[in-house]
Design a protein around this ligand. Structure first.
Ligand SMILES: [Zn+2]
Length: 87
Protein backbone atom coordinates (compact mmCIF):
# COMPACT_ATOMS: atom_id res chain seq x y z
CA UNK A 1 0.00 0.00 0.00
CA UNK A 2 1.41 3.33 -1.04
CA UNK A 3 0.72 6.51 0.78
CA UNK A 4 0.16 9.75 -1.02
CA UNK A 5 2.23 12.76 0.06
CA UNK A 6 -0.92 14.27 1.56
CA UNK A 7 -1.46 11.21 3.71
CA UNK A 8 2.14 11.25 4.82
CA UNK A 9 1.83 14.86 5.80
CA UNK A 10 -1.35 14.13 7.67
CA UNK A 11 0.37 11.32 9.52
CA UNK A 12 3.30 13.51 10.43
CA UNK A 13 0.92 16.17 11.67
CA UNK A 14 -0.88 13.63 13.82
CA UNK A 15 2.36 12.47 15.36
CA UNK A 16 3.37 16.04 16.04
CA UNK A 17 0.07 16.71 17.72
CA UNK A 18 0.41 13.60 19.85
CA UNK A 19 3.83 14.71 20.93
CA UNK A 20 2.48 18.15 21.72
CA UNK A 21 -0.42 16.79 23.72
CA UNK A 22 1.95 15.00 26.03
CA UNK A 23 3.42 18.36 26.94
CA UNK A 24 0.14 20.16 27.39
CA UNK A 25 -1.01 21.08 30.85
CA UNK A 26 -3.90 23.22 32.01
CA UNK A 27 -3.12 26.67 33.30
CA UNK A 28 -4.22 26.86 36.95
CA UNK A 29 -5.10 30.52 36.51
CA UNK A 30 -7.20 30.62 33.34
CA UNK A 31 -7.74 26.94 32.55
CA UNK A 32 -6.31 27.15 29.04
CA UNK A 33 -3.94 24.66 27.50
CA UNK A 34 -0.31 25.58 27.93
CA UNK A 35 2.91 23.67 27.43
CA UNK A 36 4.47 22.07 30.47
CA UNK A 37 7.83 23.76 30.06
CA UNK A 38 6.40 27.26 30.14
CA UNK A 39 7.07 29.44 33.17
CA UNK A 40 4.43 31.96 32.22
CA UNK A 41 0.98 31.46 30.77
CA UNK A 42 0.81 33.06 27.30
CA UNK A 43 -2.89 33.77 27.81
CA UNK A 44 -3.18 35.25 31.30
CA UNK A 45 0.52 35.82 32.07
CA UNK A 46 0.05 33.80 35.22
CA UNK A 47 3.01 32.07 36.76
CA UNK A 48 3.42 28.40 35.88
CA UNK A 49 5.52 25.69 37.41
CA UNK A 50 7.37 23.90 34.65
CA UNK A 51 6.90 20.15 34.85
CA UNK A 52 9.90 17.98 34.26
CA UNK A 53 11.91 20.94 33.13
CA UNK A 54 15.50 20.96 34.24
CA UNK A 55 18.25 23.24 33.15
CA UNK A 56 21.01 21.33 31.41
CA UNK A 57 23.00 19.58 34.08
CA UNK A 58 26.64 20.57 33.60
CA UNK A 59 27.90 17.81 35.86
CA UNK A 60 25.98 15.16 33.96
CA UNK A 61 27.40 16.40 30.64
CA UNK A 62 30.91 16.35 32.09
CA UNK A 63 30.32 12.83 33.35
CA UNK A 64 29.04 11.67 29.96
CA UNK A 65 32.01 13.30 28.25
CA UNK A 66 34.40 11.58 30.63
CA UNK A 67 32.74 8.20 30.00
CA UNK A 68 32.94 8.75 26.24
CA UNK A 69 36.61 9.66 26.58
CA UNK A 70 37.33 6.60 28.73
CA UNK A 71 35.49 4.28 26.34
CA UNK A 72 37.35 5.80 23.40
CA UNK A 73 40.68 5.46 25.19
CA UNK A 74 39.91 1.86 26.14
CA UNK A 75 39.04 0.99 22.53
CA UNK A 76 42.17 2.74 21.32
CA UNK A 77 44.39 0.89 23.82
CA UNK A 78 42.64 -2.35 22.89
CA UNK A 79 43.37 -1.81 19.20
CA UNK A 80 47.00 -0.88 19.90
CA UNK A 81 47.52 -3.95 22.11
CA UNK A 82 45.84 -6.14 19.49
CA UNK A 83 48.04 -4.77 16.71
CA UNK A 84 51.19 -5.11 18.83
CA UNK A 85 50.37 -8.69 19.81
CA UNK A 86 49.55 -9.65 16.23
CA UNK A 87 52.58 -7.98 14.74
ZN1 LIG B 1 -3.38 31.20 32.13
Amino acid sequence: MKRTPEEKQQLRKQKQEERMRRHVVTCPHCGKDVLDHMTECPFCKGELTPVGYKPVDERLIKKIRLICFLVGAAVFIGVVVYVLLKG
